[in-house]
Design a protein around this ligand. Sequence first.
Ligand code: PLP
Ligand code: CA
Length: 304
Amino acid sequence: EAAASCAKLDQGSAKDLLGGAKAFIFDCDGVIWRGDKLIEGIPETIQGLRDAGKKLIFVTNNSTKSREGYLKKFLSLGLEISAEEIYSSSYAAAAYLKAKNFPTDGSKKVYVIGEVGIMEELELAGIPHFGGPEDASAKITLGKGVKMPHDEDVSAVIVGFDREINYYKIQYATLCIRENENCEFIATNRDAVTHLTDAQEWAGNGSMVGAIAGSAAREPTTVGKPSTFMLDDIADQFKIDKSEICMVGDRLDTDIMFGQNGGLKTMLVLSGVTREETLLSEENQIHPDLYTSKLADLLPALNE
Ligand code: PLP
Ligand code: CA
Protein backbone atom coordinates (compact mmCIF):
# COMPACT_ATOMS: atom_id res chain seq x y z
CA GLU A 1 0.00 0.00 0.00
CA ALA A 2 1.26 3.48 -0.78
CA ALA A 3 2.40 5.39 2.29
CA ALA A 4 2.43 8.75 0.58
CA SER A 5 -0.55 10.49 -0.90
CA CYS A 6 1.56 12.75 -3.08
CA ALA A 7 1.69 12.42 -6.83
CA LYS A 8 4.60 12.80 -9.20
CA LEU A 9 4.10 15.80 -11.47
CA ASP A 10 3.05 14.97 -15.02
CA GLN A 11 1.78 17.03 -17.93
CA GLY A 12 -1.83 16.80 -16.75
CA SER A 13 -1.19 17.79 -13.14
CA ALA A 14 1.22 20.51 -14.29
CA LYS A 15 -1.51 22.05 -16.44
CA ASP A 16 -4.03 21.81 -13.60
CA LEU A 17 -1.55 23.44 -11.27
CA LEU A 18 -0.88 26.31 -13.70
CA GLY A 19 -4.59 26.72 -14.24
CA GLY A 20 -5.39 26.95 -10.52
CA ALA A 21 -2.47 28.94 -9.10
CA LYS A 22 -2.27 32.70 -9.60
CA ALA A 23 0.79 32.98 -7.41
CA PHE A 24 3.80 30.87 -6.60
CA ILE A 25 5.90 31.07 -3.47
CA PHE A 26 9.34 29.67 -4.09
CA ASP A 27 11.77 28.63 -1.45
CA CYS A 28 15.24 29.76 -2.56
CA ASP A 29 17.99 27.35 -1.58
CA GLY A 30 17.24 24.02 -3.21
CA VAL A 31 14.62 25.44 -5.60
CA ILE A 32 16.18 28.50 -7.27
CA TRP A 33 19.81 27.95 -6.39
CA ARG A 34 22.03 25.58 -4.50
CA GLY A 35 24.56 27.68 -2.60
CA ASP A 36 25.84 30.05 -5.28
CA LYS A 37 24.77 28.03 -8.29
CA LEU A 38 21.54 28.50 -10.19
CA ILE A 39 19.51 25.30 -10.59
CA GLU A 40 18.96 24.10 -14.16
CA GLY A 41 16.21 25.82 -16.16
CA ILE A 42 15.35 28.50 -13.60
CA PRO A 43 15.61 31.67 -15.76
CA GLU A 44 13.34 30.18 -18.44
CA THR A 45 10.85 28.88 -15.91
CA ILE A 46 10.62 32.20 -14.08
CA GLN A 47 10.18 34.03 -17.37
CA GLY A 48 7.54 31.53 -18.47
CA LEU A 49 5.58 31.98 -15.25
CA ARG A 50 5.80 35.76 -15.55
CA ASP A 51 4.60 35.61 -19.15
CA ALA A 52 1.68 33.50 -17.92
CA GLY A 53 0.80 36.35 -15.52
CA LYS A 54 1.75 34.59 -12.29
CA LYS A 55 2.77 36.49 -9.18
CA LEU A 56 6.05 35.20 -7.84
CA ILE A 57 7.38 35.48 -4.32
CA PHE A 58 10.80 34.22 -3.24
CA VAL A 59 11.00 33.12 0.36
CA THR A 60 14.07 32.09 2.32
CA ASN A 61 14.70 31.06 5.91
CA ASN A 62 18.31 32.15 5.59
CA SER A 63 18.49 35.35 7.69
CA THR A 64 22.10 36.25 6.89
CA LYS A 65 21.08 38.65 4.13
CA SER A 66 18.46 41.39 3.94
CA ARG A 67 16.06 41.72 1.02
CA GLU A 68 18.54 44.11 -0.57
CA GLY A 69 21.29 41.55 -0.04
CA TYR A 70 19.19 38.90 -1.77
CA LEU A 71 18.32 41.29 -4.58
CA LYS A 72 22.05 41.55 -5.33
CA LYS A 73 22.35 37.77 -5.25
CA PHE A 74 19.44 37.34 -7.68
CA LEU A 75 20.90 39.95 -10.02
CA SER A 76 24.35 38.35 -9.84
CA LEU A 77 22.73 35.09 -10.95
CA GLY A 78 21.08 36.90 -13.86
CA LEU A 79 17.56 36.86 -12.40
CA GLU A 80 15.70 40.14 -12.64
CA ILE A 81 13.32 40.50 -9.76
CA SER A 82 12.34 43.32 -7.42
CA ALA A 83 13.04 43.61 -3.69
CA GLU A 84 9.31 43.43 -2.93
CA GLU A 85 9.19 39.93 -4.40
CA ILE A 86 11.68 38.72 -1.79
CA TYR A 87 10.61 37.63 1.66
CA SER A 88 13.54 36.59 3.84
CA SER A 89 13.33 35.52 7.48
CA SER A 90 15.45 38.60 8.31
CA TYR A 91 12.73 40.79 6.80
CA ALA A 92 10.06 38.70 8.54
CA ALA A 93 11.61 39.49 11.94
CA ALA A 94 11.45 43.24 11.25
CA ALA A 95 7.94 42.95 9.78
CA TYR A 96 6.78 41.04 12.86
CA LEU A 97 8.00 43.75 15.21
CA LYS A 98 6.46 46.44 13.01
CA ALA A 99 3.14 44.57 13.06
CA LYS A 100 3.39 44.54 16.87
CA ASN A 101 3.97 48.33 16.83
CA PHE A 102 7.45 48.07 18.27
CA PRO A 103 8.36 51.67 19.25
CA THR A 104 10.78 53.48 16.95
CA ASP A 105 11.38 56.41 19.33
CA GLY A 106 14.30 54.74 21.09
CA SER A 107 12.35 53.86 24.23
CA LYS A 108 12.71 50.13 23.44
CA LYS A 109 15.47 48.20 21.71
CA VAL A 110 16.08 44.86 20.09
CA TYR A 111 19.04 42.64 20.93
CA VAL A 112 20.19 40.62 17.95
CA ILE A 113 21.98 37.32 17.64
CA GLY A 114 22.54 37.13 13.90
CA GLU A 115 24.37 38.58 10.94
CA VAL A 116 24.03 41.74 8.81
CA GLY A 117 20.73 40.72 7.20
CA ILE A 118 18.75 41.23 10.39
CA MET A 119 20.63 44.43 11.28
CA GLU A 120 19.87 45.93 7.84
CA GLU A 121 16.18 45.06 8.01
CA LEU A 122 15.80 46.56 11.50
CA GLU A 123 17.64 49.66 10.30
CA LEU A 124 15.23 50.03 7.37
CA ALA A 125 12.26 49.55 9.69
CA GLY A 126 13.64 52.24 12.02
CA ILE A 127 13.71 49.83 14.94
CA PRO A 128 16.49 50.52 17.48
CA HIS A 129 18.77 47.52 17.76
CA PHE A 130 22.25 46.35 18.74
CA GLY A 131 24.33 43.20 19.09
CA GLY A 132 24.91 40.94 16.10
CA PRO A 133 28.24 41.54 14.37
CA GLU A 134 29.23 44.22 16.96
CA ASP A 135 29.45 41.56 19.65
CA ALA A 136 31.53 39.14 17.60
CA SER A 137 34.49 39.40 19.94
CA ALA A 138 32.72 40.52 23.13
CA LYS A 139 33.87 38.64 26.21
CA ILE A 140 32.30 38.03 29.58
CA THR A 141 34.01 39.16 32.74
CA LEU A 142 33.95 36.76 35.62
CA GLY A 143 34.72 37.94 39.12
CA LYS A 144 33.35 37.70 42.60
CA GLY A 145 30.04 39.57 42.66
CA VAL A 146 30.51 40.88 39.09
CA LYS A 147 27.26 40.95 37.16
CA MET A 148 27.04 41.26 33.44
CA PRO A 149 25.22 44.52 32.76
CA HIS A 150 22.39 44.54 30.23
CA ASP A 151 20.18 47.23 28.80
CA GLU A 152 16.79 47.07 30.49
CA ASP A 153 15.14 48.74 27.50
CA VAL A 154 15.58 45.58 25.45
CA SER A 155 12.09 44.26 24.83
CA ALA A 156 12.79 41.86 21.98
CA VAL A 157 15.56 39.38 21.25
CA ILE A 158 15.92 38.07 17.72
CA VAL A 159 17.88 34.88 17.16
CA GLY A 160 19.06 34.29 13.61
CA PHE A 161 21.89 32.32 12.05
CA ASP A 162 25.13 33.69 13.47
CA ARG A 163 28.51 32.25 12.58
CA GLU A 164 30.02 34.40 15.31
CA ILE A 165 27.75 33.37 18.15
CA ASN A 166 29.62 33.25 21.47
CA TYR A 167 29.01 32.91 25.19
CA TYR A 168 28.66 36.68 25.66
CA LYS A 169 25.79 36.82 23.17
CA ILE A 170 24.11 33.80 24.71
CA GLN A 171 24.35 35.25 28.22
CA TYR A 172 23.18 38.70 27.06
CA ALA A 173 20.14 37.32 25.25
CA THR A 174 19.35 35.06 28.20
CA LEU A 175 19.40 37.97 30.66
CA CYS A 176 17.17 40.08 28.42
CA ILE A 177 14.58 37.33 28.18
CA ARG A 178 14.72 35.95 31.72
CA GLU A 179 14.68 39.32 33.47
CA ASN A 180 11.80 40.74 31.48
CA GLU A 181 8.79 38.52 31.02
CA ASN A 182 7.47 40.95 28.40
CA CYS A 183 10.58 40.64 26.26
CA GLU A 184 9.70 39.04 22.91
CA PHE A 185 11.82 36.05 21.97
CA ILE A 186 11.86 35.74 18.17
CA ALA A 187 13.49 33.04 16.06
CA THR A 188 13.97 33.84 12.38
CA ASN A 189 13.81 30.08 11.69
CA ARG A 190 14.65 26.77 13.31
CA ASP A 191 16.22 24.80 10.46
CA ALA A 192 18.16 21.97 12.11
CA VAL A 193 20.88 21.89 9.47
CA THR A 194 21.81 24.01 6.47
CA HIS A 195 23.88 23.54 3.39
CA LEU A 196 26.44 26.29 3.74
CA THR A 197 28.47 24.19 1.34
CA ASP A 198 27.43 20.97 -0.32
CA ALA A 199 30.31 19.09 1.30
CA GLN A 200 28.19 18.18 4.33
CA GLU A 201 25.37 19.32 6.56
CA TRP A 202 26.16 22.26 8.83
CA ALA A 203 24.49 23.19 12.11
CA GLY A 204 21.57 25.47 11.29
CA ASN A 205 19.77 28.18 13.21
CA GLY A 206 17.97 25.51 15.20
CA SER A 207 21.20 25.12 17.15
CA MET A 208 21.35 28.83 18.01
CA VAL A 209 17.68 29.10 18.89
CA GLY A 210 18.05 25.92 20.94
CA ALA A 211 20.91 27.45 22.93
CA ILE A 212 18.82 30.46 23.91
CA ALA A 213 15.61 28.49 24.47
CA GLY A 214 17.57 26.16 26.71
CA SER A 215 18.78 28.90 29.02
CA ALA A 216 15.80 31.24 28.76
CA ALA A 217 13.41 28.40 29.61
CA ARG A 218 10.96 29.75 27.04
CA GLU A 219 10.10 28.87 23.48
CA PRO A 220 10.41 31.56 20.78
CA THR A 221 7.96 32.83 18.24
CA THR A 222 9.22 31.68 14.84
CA VAL A 223 8.62 34.20 12.05
CA GLY A 224 10.11 32.26 9.11
CA LYS A 225 8.84 29.06 7.54
CA PRO A 226 6.79 27.12 8.66
CA SER A 227 5.11 29.95 10.63
CA THR A 228 1.83 31.37 9.46
CA PHE A 229 2.97 34.93 10.27
CA MET A 230 5.07 35.01 7.11
CA LEU A 231 2.33 33.61 4.93
CA ASP A 232 -0.35 35.93 6.31
CA ASP A 233 1.91 38.92 5.69
CA ILE A 234 2.65 37.76 2.13
CA ALA A 235 -1.05 37.21 1.36
CA ASP A 236 -1.78 40.69 2.78
CA GLN A 237 1.00 42.50 0.93
CA PHE A 238 0.34 40.83 -2.39
CA LYS A 239 -3.43 40.80 -1.95
CA ILE A 240 -3.66 37.19 -2.95
CA ASP A 241 -6.05 34.61 -1.69
CA LYS A 242 -4.31 31.62 -0.11
CA SER A 243 -6.43 29.28 -2.20
CA GLU A 244 -4.65 30.63 -5.28
CA ILE A 245 -1.09 30.12 -4.05
CA CYS A 246 1.20 27.18 -4.72
CA MET A 247 4.19 26.73 -2.41
CA VAL A 248 7.25 25.12 -3.96
CA GLY A 249 10.07 23.95 -1.71
CA ASP A 250 12.74 21.34 -1.21
CA ARG A 251 12.17 20.69 2.47
CA LEU A 252 9.31 18.86 4.09
CA ASP A 253 9.46 20.25 7.64
CA THR A 254 9.81 23.91 6.66
CA ASP A 255 8.50 24.50 3.12
CA ILE A 256 5.80 21.89 2.77
CA MET A 257 4.66 22.36 6.39
CA PHE A 258 4.54 26.12 5.74
CA GLY A 259 2.29 25.57 2.75
CA GLN A 260 0.10 23.06 4.53
CA ASN A 261 -0.21 25.20 7.68
CA GLY A 262 -1.69 27.88 5.46
CA GLY A 263 -3.84 25.57 3.35
CA LEU A 264 -1.78 26.14 0.19
CA LYS A 265 -1.24 23.78 -2.66
CA THR A 266 2.27 22.35 -2.23
CA MET A 267 4.93 20.95 -4.51
CA LEU A 268 8.20 19.41 -3.40
CA VAL A 269 11.21 19.55 -5.70
CA LEU A 270 14.02 17.06 -5.36
CA SER A 271 16.70 19.59 -6.39
CA GLY A 272 17.56 20.34 -2.75
CA VAL A 273 17.79 18.41 0.51
CA THR A 274 14.97 15.85 0.27
CA ARG A 275 15.52 12.53 -1.46
CA GLU A 276 12.68 10.71 -3.17
CA GLU A 277 13.32 7.74 -0.90
CA THR A 278 12.73 9.89 2.20
CA LEU A 279 9.61 11.47 0.73
CA LEU A 280 8.07 8.09 -0.07
CA SER A 281 9.19 6.30 3.09
CA GLU A 282 6.64 5.04 5.61
CA GLU A 283 8.17 7.25 8.32
CA ASN A 284 7.48 10.45 6.43
CA GLN A 285 4.27 12.11 7.62
CA ILE A 286 4.44 15.23 5.46
CA HIS A 287 2.98 14.71 2.02
CA PRO A 288 3.05 17.48 -0.58
CA ASP A 289 0.30 17.50 -3.20
CA LEU A 290 2.87 17.04 -5.95
CA TYR A 291 6.56 16.37 -6.33
CA THR A 292 9.03 16.55 -9.16
CA SER A 293 12.77 16.66 -9.70
CA LYS A 294 13.11 20.41 -10.35
CA LEU A 295 11.04 23.54 -10.88
CA ALA A 296 11.85 23.60 -14.60
CA ASP A 297 9.69 20.49 -14.98
CA LEU A 298 6.80 22.98 -15.30
CA LEU A 299 8.26 24.27 -18.58
CA PRO A 300 6.61 21.83 -21.02
CA ALA A 301 3.15 22.64 -19.61
CA LEU A 302 3.97 26.37 -19.64
CA ASN A 303 5.13 26.26 -23.24
CA GLU A 304 2.20 24.28 -24.54
N1 PLP B 1 19.67 29.17 6.93
C1 PLP B 1 20.92 29.18 6.46
C2 PLP B 1 22.00 29.74 7.30
C3 PLP B 1 21.20 28.69 5.19
O1 PLP B 1 22.47 28.69 4.73
C4 PLP B 1 20.14 28.16 4.41
C5 PLP B 1 20.39 27.66 3.07
O2 PLP B 1 21.40 27.88 2.44
C6 PLP B 1 18.86 28.17 4.95
C7 PLP B 1 18.66 28.68 6.20
C8 PLP B 1 17.67 27.66 4.18
O3 PLP B 1 17.34 28.57 3.18
P1 PLP B 1 16.05 28.34 2.28
O4 PLP B 1 14.86 28.61 3.14
O5 PLP B 1 16.20 29.33 1.14
O6 PLP B 1 16.12 26.95 1.81
CA1 CA C 1 15.23 25.25 0.83
